[in-house]
Design a protein around this ligand. Structure first.
Ligand code: SF4
Ligand code: SF4
Length: 71
């Protein structure tokens, strides 16, 4: 496994599943959940097997401030 430089946390109840973070992530580190949540939404999930750099693009684009970045 690689050693990612960063990681993110997505607040499940703040995410509306818009997918902007997935679109912007250069490392394909975010995907939509397979299952819908209690609101019927497929929320964004971090894939920790990827090489997240901690660039913060996902944090900057999220309209709901649902993402925290750790570097
Ligand atoms: S950009 Fe924010 S609200 Fe949209 S899917 Fe990503 S975490 Fe959820
Ligand atoms: S910090 Fe950058 S590399 Fe990591 S998940 Fe967000 S956009 Fe992707």
């Amino acid at each position: 496994m690689s050693s990612p430089e960063g990681k993110i946390a997505i607040k499940p109840d703040w995410c509306k599943g818009c997918g902007l973070c997935i679109w912007v992530c250069p490392k394909e580190s975010i995907r939509l959940a397979e299952e819908v949540d209690h609101r019927g939404i497929r929320i964004a999930c971090f894939d920790d097997s990827t090489t997240c750099t901690g660039c913060g693009f996902c944090y900057m684009i999220c309209p709901d401030v649902a993402i925290e970045v750790y570097k």
